[in-house]
Design a protein around this ligand. Sequence first.
Ligand SMILES: Cc1cc2nc3c(=O)[nH]c(=O)nc-3n(C[C@H](O)[C@H](O)[C@H](O)COP(=O)(O)O)c2cc1C
Length: 419
Amino acid sequence: MKCVDDFRLKLGDKELVPIITGGMGVDISTAALALEAARLGGIGHISDAMVPTVTDRRFNTKYVKDKLKQYKFNVENSDKSVVQFNLGLLEEATKLHVGHTMDAKRGDGMVFINCMEKLTMNAPKDTLRVRMRAAMDAGIDGITLAAGLHLGSFALIEDHPRFRDVKLGIIVSSLRALQLFLKKSARTNRLPDYIVIEGPLAGGHLGFGLDWAQYDLATIVAEIRDWLVEQKLDIPLVPAGGIFTGTDATNFLEMGAAAVQVATRFTVTRECGLPEDVQQEYFKASEDEIEVNQISPTGYPMRMLKSSPAIGDIIRPNCEAYGYLLDASGNCQYIDAYNREHAAHPGERRVRIWDKTCLCTHMRNFDCWTCGHYTYRLKDTTHRNADGSYQILSAEHVFHDYQFSKDNRIALPEASIAV
Ligand SMILES: Cc1cc2nc3c(=O)[nH]c(=O)nc-3n(C[C@H](O)[C@H](O)[C@H](O)COP(=O)(O)O)c2cc1C
C-alpha cells in the first residue's frame, strides 16, 4: 500500500513532497505555517489578503491608522469612491510581508502567495498588478491566482523580469473555467506551472453555487486530466477540498494528480493564525453547525461556522480603514445592504444585517469562521484535555500525518496532558 511519500511533485528542476498548504486569508495561513511546509519539503502559501493590515500586526507599521486618518472626512458618506489605496505604500507593505517571509525560509520546499482577484481594492487592475509585482520583487517562489477568473492577470506581470522564472498557478473549479483562462492568457505564451482544482468541500469562498453538493472533486479532476491529455498539455494538477487523510491524498496521486492542496487540518495548528479560542470552536463543531451561505459581499458562496460572530452584522462599513472589497466604482454589497436596512428602520441604532457582512473587518478580527466541510472531523485528529478543550497540534505533525499515513488512519499527537 502506497502513501504520499512514495510520490514527488516535479516543478521545473525542483522535487518536492507533494503537499501544499493552501492560502487562507486574512493571515490564517501565516508565514510561520507556510515556512513549516517549506522546511518539511512541501509548499506553503501565505496570503495577499489585506496585507497592509497584516503588516501592521506583524511589524507594527501604521498603514491602517494612516489611511483612516487620510479619509476620516468620508466615514459618514456612503459613496466610497474617494477611498483609494496608495500604490507605493501597498507595494512597501507587500515587500515587507513577503521579504521577511522569504528571508526566514529554510529547507528544500517553496513558499507561494495566494493572490485574490476579488480583492478589488477600488482599483482592481492597478492594485493586483502592484501586489503581484511586489511579491515577485521580494523573492516569492510562486503565485497562485485565486478567487476570480484572472483572465487578464498574467498580462499584468508579463514584462516583469521574473515572469518566466516565478511559478505561476491558477485555481479553478471546472474545466470550463480552465479553458477560458488558457484561451485568454495564450497571448502571453506562458502556461500555468500547476493547476489547483478546488472542489465543493473546500474552505473559504467556493467556485460553485448553492448547488455545490451536486459536484464531486474526483470527477472534475478526471475531466480536466483527460482534457489536458487530449490537448497534449502536461501541467501538474493539484486537487483541493476535503482531502482529510493521507489516504485521501494518495488516492488522488494514484489517479494522476501531481500534489494535493490542503488547509482545514492545519487550521488547528499552533502555526496557524487563528486565535486559540476560535480553534476550539472549529474542534467542537458538528456537521450541522457548518453552512455554505451568501453573506460574503464578493458574491461568492462561502463556507463557515453558523456561530460566526460575522453573521447578523451591525457595524458601519469600515472602508476608510480597510476597503479591500470595494469594486472599481467604490461599491461593496455590504454597503448596499447596510444602507437598505437603515433606510427601512429609521432612527434605530443597532440594525442587524443578515444577508451580507463586512468581510474586511470580520476577517481582520477572526470573527468570520470560514472553514472546510470536514471541520467537524478535526476533533478526531487530537486528544481532549481534562478541561474539555482539545489539544492544539503542530504543523509538522499534521504535515507528516499526510505524508506517511496509510489505510485512512490519522496519527494522534503525543498527548501533552493526561486524557
Ligand atoms: C480557514 C480557511 C480560509 C481559506 N481562505 C482562502 C483564501 O483566502 N484564498 C483561497 O484561495 N482559498 C482559501 N481557502 C481554501 C484553501 O486554500 C484550500 O484550497 C481548501 O480549503 C482545501 O480544502 P480543505 O480545507 O478541505 O483541506 C481557505 C480555507 C480555509 C479552511
